[in-house]
Design a protein around this ligand. Structure first.
Ligand code: HAM
Length: 509
């Protein structure tokens, strides 16, 4: 191998962010912060408090709530085994009761996952275990039963399947149950923001790590005014951000009463036109016919237009609820469009569903999705509880704001301190400290620079002012402030300078 080739091979590998993930950098992050602060401000005015659930949970939680047949759970979750370890039951005299006590403790502390296996073995079989544990003699004499138990407990694992959260509604419901929030004044109103993970095909507005800002209302009644207020809150938020081209679509997908009948009708109709549908839709006739309505395939649009519509098949209660939601939206001046094909891709929804699109996003134009999910808390082992919420795709929201020029310009420094000389350096350090304390953004060069270079640097950083500190300034106690926009210069004493800058800041804000 030539020397050159060897050198080439030695070149260290360049690392890149994993496909579908990205770094958010300044100045863009300033916009992210502004968006998040606006969400906090607006949501607080509607009485919402923040919840920060963990980023990973037991896989079972998402499978049960989002639905194990959905794309999100069946194809897109990042799932891994969290220290799977077998428990080794000890079939020795006296060993079994120690082992069983340990199992009980580990289950209580959550180290043995509280999933279906755990539930069956620890909660359901425990009566039998307790009977056996009553006396050491009976344990040893019930050898066959003990053997059976050992076989059963071999299936128990320490740790288990966990997944990075693909969404947060399931976590919020889990937390509601876990913290006994049904004891609080109802409804409980919570919001969250943070990263979610779905292994989708990356494209503009679609990432594998993306960010959501979401809110959930749990407990209390299912009054249509709650649905309308939640929607009003998102629209207020978008309005505050001056998001352009906002379009709200709403629908009702019925409940346990009326939806199954409609789904059967839809399935029957779809079977009649099966051959004209694409492979995905053909499969969905069996798995989830409602999702066919979601199809964007050009060739299927004509067929879908002829299918029965859920609005014509809602039961009386659902129809009344939907009509009242629409009325409530009108009372709030929220403009909506009814979209009978809006079904949403998660299993937990019932009755009200909604989606919001915005300008400049191409095919991934849904910037918010949500709906009602009464019954989800119960499905997760909690009391019967009403629920409704939404999640905004923050990446898409930011994209849309940028596309319409609503993104703020890069924030430059307020003051660049151009110092020269050892004495001036000490003064500059003190000046930086005082200016920062007063809330100004200050750039203090770490090494001495010629004034020309310092001013050039100040310009590049978009500084408003250059504070010039040389030996003369320090000995006179008069500091030179240069306004970079017009090149004007003035001298100030230290306290006057601070006062002057404060006044200028008030004027410009
Ligand atoms: P979702 O419709 O799956 O609903 O997601 C909500 C929003 O998250 C979407 O409208 C979109 O803006 C954004 N989003 C989803 N996937 C991606 C992705 N791969 N890249 C970028 N953005 C994405 C939910 O997640 C429900 N938990 C919403 C909810 C809360 N329903 C009731 N409460």
């Amino acid at each position: 191998m030539s020397e050159g080739a060897a050198k080439k091979e030695e070149k260290p590998r360049k690392f890149q962010a994993i496909r579908g993930t990205r770094d958010l950098l300044p100045p863009e992050t300033a916009l992210w912060n502004r968006v998040e602060q606006t969400a906090r401000d607006v949501f607080a005015t509607f009485g919402f408090g923040e919840i920060r659930p963990p980023i990973f949970e037991g896989t079972e939680l998402f499978a049960r709530s989002v639905g194990s047949e959905t794309d999100i759970v069946s194809k897109e979750m990042y799932t891994f085994v969290d220290r799977s370890e077998k428990l080794e039951p000890q079939p020795v005299i006296g060993g079994m009761d120690v082992f069983l006590q340990r199992v009980k403790q580990l289950y209580k502390s959550g180290e043995i996952p509280q999933d279906e296996i755990g539930l069956e073995l620890v909660e359901k079989q425990w009566k039998k275990v307790d009977e056996l544990l009553k006396g050491a003699s009976s344990i040893e004499s019930g050898a066959i039963e003990i053997y059976e138990l050992i076989m059963l407990f071999e299936a128990l694992r320490l740790g288990g399947d966990v997944s990075l959260r693909p969404e947060a509604t399931a976590s919020v419901c889990r937390a509601y149950i876990e913290h006994g929030m049904q004891q609080l004044p109802q409804p409980v109103k919570l919001y969250y923001m943070g990263p979610m993970f779905r292994r989708e095909r990356p494209q503009k507005g679609r990432y594998r790590q993306f960010y959501q800002i979401g809110a959930e209302v749990l407990g209390g009644s299912d009054a249509p005014a709650i649905d309308a207020e939640v929607i009003e809150m998102v629209m207020t938020f978008f309005d505050r951000l001056e998001l352009q081209g906002v379009q709200l679509d709403i629908n009702s997908i019925g409940d346990r009463n009326c939806r199954p009948k409609y789904v059967e009708l839809l399935r029957a109709e779809l079977l009649k036109v099966r051959d004209k549908l694409g492979a995905d839709s053909q499969r969905r006739i069996e798995t989830n016919p409602l999702r066919v309505l979601d199809s964007k395939l050009e060739s299927e649009q004509g067929i879908i237009a002829t299918l029965p519509r859920i609005a014509d098949h809602l039961c009386e209660e659902c129809a009344a609820h939907y009509a009242a939601v629409k009325h409530q939206l009108e009372m709030r001046g929220v403009i909506y469009r009814e979209n009978w094909r809006l079904v949403r891709g998660l299993d937990y929804y019932m009755r009200t569903t909604f989606e919001i699109t915005a300008q400049g996003l191409g095919s991934q134009n849904a910037v918010c999705g949500g709906g009602r999910y009464d019954g989800l808390v119960e499905l997760l082992g909690g009391p019967p509880t009403k629920g409704i919420g939404f999640a905004i795709g923050e990446d898409r929201l930011i994209l849309s704001l940028q596309e319409s020029g609503k993104a703020p310009a890069q924030q430059g420094r307020d003051v660049y301190i151009a110092w020269m000389g050892e004495r001036a350096h000490a003064t500059a350090i003190r000046a930086a400290k005082d200016l920062r304390k007063a809330g100004f953004s200050v750039e203090l060069p770490p090494v001495e620079q010629k004034f020309g270079k310092a001013l050039g640097q100040a310009d590049k950083l978009g500084a408003k002012y250059a504070l010039i500190l040389g030996d003369n300034e320090v000995s006179e106690g008069l500091w030179t402030l240069k306004t970079l926009a017009d090149g004007s210069q003035a001298k100030f004493t230290e306290p006057d300078l601070l006062e002057h800058l404060r006044k200028q800041k008030v004027l410009s804000s």
